[in-house]
Design a protein around this ligand. Structure first.
Ligand SMILES: NC(=O)c1ccc[n+]([C@@H]2O[C@H](COP(=O)([O-])OP(=O)(O)OC[C@H]3O[C@@H](n4cnc5c(N)ncnc54)[C@H](OP(=O)(O)O)[C@@H]3O)[C@@H](O)[C@H]2O)c1
Length: 296
């Protein structure tokens, strides 16, 4: 980056705590955006070193090394379940009572709010959460797909300000929701990501059973699902929905169920539930269409 183009915040610095998939990807991206990655801390020094190598900067530290307090911003990217204990343990570091004053501590968990960082707030830190609505299966994928993505941010004003600047630097879109709504928000993400992988895997198995070559099934599913997602985004659910439920083709649905009972009986309950949900949606949409027609 051209040094004359640097703005003061870009000269700020961050310590990454818990360099897994998201931690390593964010470390690399923040570094590329001009933010100094000062430390990478993990419970095993070897993991901290691996993080430093991937990020391309930072000093590896043990998890609770008090030197972490030399960084102005701490980004916690540990697993969700580790956040309460890590926040509590970190709050125990630093000798002076206001050792954490002036620091910003953020985490990247979607289902827990920034309140999980309260022990650090009690010691003077501004706390916040910044969650990418994105799937990061490995650090390299994160470097690619955390650019220009959507980020939910919440927390203390200083934490939100910093989060917005980071999101802007990554070319993303930031939005705010209330702390109390994070479980719902995360549930919405859950409903369309790991579940979609599960459905795609089940679909791929059926394709294999039907004799579709392995090399065709995966790219074919990719094309199909990408198109479906794009239609949902551009047309909305009502106009994007196709298939036998929309056409009222009950004979085909019956044939599906008969075939499923033979080849994959474990999937029958899932098929039935999805069918019920689809029918409710189609009925709701038809009722809405009639109501709107009546109003005209
Ligand atoms: N992956 C995604 O798609 C995604 C997307 C959005 C948000 N997020 C959020 O980002 C955060 C990190 O997720 P991730 O997928 O990057 O997880 P991850 O790859 O499993 O990495 C988690 C990191 O936490 C460390 N850790 C686990 N337990 C710990 C403990 N008790 N004390 C200290 N460190 C501990 C692990 O260290 P070790 O190496 O020592 O085990 C590892 O470095 C989570 O809050 C997650 O919800 C993830």
């Amino acid at each position: 980056m051209n040094s004359r183009a640097r703005t003061p915040w870009q000269d700020s610095e961050v310590a990454i705590v818990g360099p897994g998939r998201v931690g390593q990807a964010m470390g690399r991206l923040l570094k590329e955006a001009g933010i100094r990655v000062r430390f990478v801390a993990a419970r095993r020094l070897a993991a901290a070193r691996r993080g430093v190598r991937f990020i391309g900067g930072g000093e590896p530290l043990a998890l609770l090394n008090p030197r972490l307090l030399e960084a102005r911003t701490i980004l916690l990217t540990t697993t969700d379940s580790a956040l309460p204990e890590v926040a509590k343990a970190l709050a125990g570091t630093g000798v002076s009572p206001d050792a954490w004053r002036g620091k910003v501590v953020l985490h990247t968990c979607g289902s827990l709010s920034s309140a999980v960082l309260q022990p650090l707030k009690r010691r003077g830190a501004a706390i916040g959460a910044l969650h990418p609505f994105q799937t990061v299966p490995n650090p390299t994928a994160g470097v690619r797909n955390l650019r220009a993505c959507y980020w939910n941010i919440e927390g203390d004003p200083a934490a939100q300000r910093l989060s917005r600047r980071w999101v802007k630097a990554l070319g993303g879109v930031a939005f705010h929701i209330r702390r109390t709504q994070k479980t719902l928000y995360h549930l919405a993400a859950f409903l369309v990501c790991p579940t979609l992988i599960t459905l795609m895997e089940k679909s791929a198995r059926l394709l294999r059973r039907a004799g579709v070559p392995e090399g065709v099934a995966r790219p074919m599913l990719q094309r199909f699902v990408t198109e479906t997602a794009s239609n949902f985004a551009t047309l909305g659910a009502k106009r994007a929905m196709t298939g036998p439920v929309v056409r009222g083709d009950w004979a085909t649905l019956e044939r599906h169920l008969n075939a499923l009972r033979k080849v994959s009986p474990d999937v029958v309950p899932l098929y039935r539930e999805l069918l019920r949900a689809m029918l409710r949606l189609v009925r709701e949409q038809k009722a809405e269409g009639k109501r709107l027609k009546g109003e005209r």
